[in-house]
Design a protein around this ligand. Structure first.
Ligand SMILES: [Zn+2]
Length: 304
């Protein structure tokens, strides 16, 4: 090899090394994003609204899965360990996550979105309070702003964006609150009675003036198994109070609800309401506001 050729090879080698050294293993934007893990579909949707492109969001609970009875995967545990911020519903709603999060020993910023929310009284299975806080728009706004504050704490450089995003969504939720009130007002007062699959809608019912006649699973926790007497009582109540429909839920097997509706001689609204999960992409219920609007429209069209 001539001296000249040697030089050419050397230059080529140096250039090649420089290029490969510069080639990032992940895109620059991805590496600068805040690593956020959210437990439930509801808090993941809120985190997405607030964090936008500044966060790399990993929502752990799949759409359509019952959070009360979820089993964590090894990938979930790795995601929790690798997170910079963990966002959870709180109040024990995602109970299976509580111990693994506690095991991280305070090394990660954990945002409990229920902090400061107005909590309804719980039941025997949920003694710490009704966990389904996001069905009340004032509580959803508290959750939103807890997420905003957590992201600002972890990533102050993008504080303005987080504030702007949260404020815009708060406006949207307040408009939706008005819409729901107007819609529920179109249901004749005598028909404003609900039978649901489990006790997930207390916040919604309280806010919009509906009454819960009963639930197929008469508990805030879906793992509760109703007795034959409880089921028979519910059928009697549906008949006595002339309830118009039984609403099933997206994340719960509807067989028992169908049976109850049949025995009571009323309509069953299949896959009707989103209680503990948001809807799949394209359903219109994949956002918190979309889900609340969906539930409202389903309730109104079936009780009018
Ligand atoms: Zn529930």
């Amino acid at each position: 090899m001539t001296k000249r050729n040697e030089l050419a090879v050397l230059i080529a080698f140096v250039l090649f090394s420089a290029i490969t050294a510069c080639a990032p293993t992940t895109s620059p934007s991805a590496s600068s994003q805040l690593r956020v893990v959210a437990t439930t579909t509801q808090v993941a949707a809120l985190a997405k609204v607030v964090g936008g492109d500044y966060i790399a969001l990993n929502g752990l609970l799949p759409i359509g899965v019952d959070p009360h009875e979820y089993e964590l995967t090894p990938a979930d545990l790795r995601a929790l360990a690798d997170a910079q911020v963990i966002i959870k519903n709180g109040l024990g709603f995602e109970k299976p996550f509580d111990q693994p999060i506690a095991n991280l020993g305070g090394k990660v910023l954990v945002v409990d979105t229920s902090t400061g929310a107005a909590i309804r009284k719980g039941d025997e299975q949920e003694p710490q309070g009704d966990t389904h806080i996001w069905h009340s728009i004032p509580n959803a706004i508290v959750m939103l702003n807890n997420i905003r504050d957590g992201l600002i704490k972890a990533d102050p450089a993008h504080a303005d964006a987080y504030r702007t995003n949260a404020a815009a969504y708060e406006d949207k939720l307040n408009e939706l609150d008005q819409y729901i009130k107007q819609q529920i007002a179109t249901i004749p007062p005598a028909n404003r009675k609900l039978v649901t699959n489990h006790d997930a809608f207390g916040y919604y019912l309280d806010r919009y003036g509906l009454t819960l006649v009963g639930s197929v699973i008469p508990s805030m926790d879906t793992s509760y198994e109703p007795s034959a007497k409880e089921l028979a009582d519910l059928v009697r109540q549906i008949k006595a109070q002339q309830v118009k429909a039984v609403f099933t839920e997206a994340s719960i097997n509807s067989a028992l609800a169908k049976q109850i509706a049949q025995e009571a001689g009323v309509r069953v609204v299949e896959g009707g309401l989103y209680g503990d999960t948001l809807g799949p992409p394209g359903s219109g219920a994949e956002t918190l506001d979309g889900m609340l609007k969906h539930n409202t429209d389903v309730i109104v069209s079936n009780l009018k």
